[in-house]
Design a binder for this molecule. Structure first.
Ligand code: CMC
Length: 424
């Protein structure tokens, strides 16, 4: 492929063009500053490829999402969360024995150290689960000093990955149980990841309805990775300094919390409730979202990359109908959500800006039907996204990437002399 040519200050510079396996093209400007003295400015990184990666492919124009080459539709329908996690982490589908061993490793490493339980017990009952999770994942550094080194052996890496997948699940359900005054239930290695979560969450000794387990599994699979989004880029940024795996994942959790990212699922439900409490006139809220003098945004709508439809939203909308019918839930919020979507999709403001429902638009209605409290929705996103963050961290470390260190263009005062206090 021919090089890209840039003309700067009358001189022509050439930079290589690289092409991904799905035909995406990039100009490799690694040597730009060294050769020209210039840097690039790309606010929000909309045009910047921060790495090459073999984990997730998405085509926002066509609404395509693949994990390791497998279409998300097939994985959501036929696979399950730990199989998808194994796939993301290892690049191939597991054999039966490999999946069994992976599930066992997660179960064997799920127990929380007594000190972590004490920390969880000390949080106010109404603490936001995202703050709790981020703190607890950071706190794990105190209990596993042997896993804090810059270079982990293969077995240490496998252990810390299994541990994070198991312990985050247990910490979430432990904190929830305590916050509603129930005794936390122990993990059960005989159950699938999703069933175990639901059984600990609701302190149930009965088998959970397979349709409910399946709905949660689909949600976790759909959230498992999404290439270089804000939280994943944060994980790569922090991981590039060789910070330990727990600190790195805690940073990802914090980045996910924002309402423009993972926090949108909680914000969507609160928005739908606000519309309901206001009398249900969703058209009024559409007008607010279009008004540039109003800070209100239609939460669960729009995406930096998807400009046609979000394939995850399509699957979730269908799952939402199935779960609500199965559970015999008649949620008026679903009617408001569908009305909002229908109106927005024919409104020129949303059409021109290519704003479609994203993964978070319907997920909250499913979580609500499953009995998950609203302030825990974003923590559910964490549970789903963990294998993706871990796979991206692993790929980053294995690639020997340099520390992430962007440049800037300085726009402040030019050099000036200090003036002593009594002369100002
Ligand atoms: N409601 C109203 N207007 C919107 C919305 C929205 N939800 N999203 C974008 N716009 C407008 C925006 O005002 C701008 O208009 P104009 O060109 O007139 O200035 C135009 O559309 C482009 O928006 P942008 O903010 O430049 O787009 P972005 O790529 O920087 O932001 C986004 C993407 C997802 C942050 C944004 O669409 C948004 O805030 N959506 C609501 C929050 C949300 O649902 N987030 C979850 C994303 S999916 C889950 C995940 O994070 O993985």
């Amino acid at each position: 492929m021919s090089n890209a040519k840039f003309e700067l200050d009358g001189k022509v510079f050439e930079f290589p063009v690289i092409e991904g396996t799905e035909g995406e093209k990039a100009v490799d400007i690694t040597k730009l500053r060294g050769e020209t003295g210039y840097v690039t400015i790309d606010s929000g990184y909309g045009n910047t490829g921060s790495c090459t990666s073999a984990i997730t492919f998405l085509d926002g124009e066509k609404g395509i999402l693949h994990y390791r080459g497998y279409p998300i539709e097939q994985l959501a329908e036929k696979s399950n969360f730990t199989e998808v996690s194994y796939l993301l982490l290892n690049g191939k589908l597991p054999t039966e024995a490999e999946l069994k061993a992976f599930d066992k490793a997660i179960a064997d490493n799920s127990e929380l150290p007594a000190g972590v339980k004490t920390i969880l017990d000390a949080f106010p009952k109404d603490a936001h689960p995202m703050g709790v999770l981020s703190s607890v994942v950071s706190a794990l550094t105190a209990f596993y000093p042997e896993l804090l080194g810059a270079e982990l052996s293969k077995s240490e890496q496998d252990k810390s990955i299994a541990q994070l997948m198991g312990q985050v699940k247990v910490a979430m359900t432990y904190f929830f149980s305590k916050s509603v005054g129930k005794a936390p239930k122990a993990t059960n290695a005989a159950l699938s990841y999703s069933e175990d979560f639901l059984s600990m969450m609701f302190n149930s000794n009965d088998a959970i309805d397979p349709e409910v387990v399946n709905a949660l599994d689909i949600l976790l699979v759909l959230h498992a990775d999404h290439e270089q989004n804000c939280s994943t880029s944060t994980v790569r940024m922090v991981g590039s300094s060789h910070a330990n795996i727990f600190a790195t994942i805690a940073a990802g959790i914090d980045a996910l919390w924002g309402p423009l990212h993972g926090g949108a699922n909680q914000a969507v439900l609160e928005m739908l409730e606000e519309i309901q409490n206001d009398g249900g006139d969703y058209k009024k809220f559409l007008e607010k979202a279009k008004d540039k003098n109003d800070s209100f945004r239609l939460m669960g709508f729009g995406h930096r990359v998807y400009k046609n439809f979000d394939p995850r939203a399509k699957i979730i909308k269908k799952a939402c109908d199935t779960v609500l019918t199965k559970l015999n839930v008649n949620d008026p919020l679903l009617k408001i959500a569908k009305g909002l979507e229908e109106e927005a999709l024919k409104d020129p403001y949303f059409v021109e800006r290519k704003l479609y429902p994203n993964v978070d638009f319907y997920s909250g209605i499913i979580y609500k039907a499953l009995g998950i409290p609203t302030n825990m929705f974003t923590a559910m996103f964490v549970l789903g996204r963990l294998p993706g963050w871990l796979a991206q961290w692993k790929e980053l470390r294995e690639s020997g990437a340099r520390i992430s260190r962007p440049r800037q263009i300085y726009t402040g005062e030019t050099a000036r002399d200090y003036v002593e206090m009594n002369k100002r």
